[in-house]
Design a protein around this ligand. Structure first.
Ligand code: CU
Length: 68
């Protein structure tokens, strides 16, 4: 499965790394690509192992907002 999250608040490479690591730490997430300019984050995942809600929570715990 593939989805694109709309993440607000990322301003630099450090933000990009934090969001990427937060998502990659979730079991079932196999790929993360952050587009810092637009705030879109492409996530490849196994929907039997992880939900979009869990991804959202992981990103928001790092201090960024996910627009649904
Ligand atoms: Cu930053």
């Amino acid at each position: 499965m593939q989805t694109t999250l709309d993440v607000q608040g990322m301003t630099c490479e450090n933000c990009e790394t934090k969001v990427k690591q937060a998502l990659e730490s979730l079991e079932g997430v196999t790929g993360v690509e952050v587009h810092i300019n637009t705030g879109s984050v492409d996530v490849t995942y196994d929907n039997a192992q992880v939900t979009i809600g869990e991804m959202r929570k992981a990103v928001e715990e790092k201090g960024y907002r996910v627009v649904v």
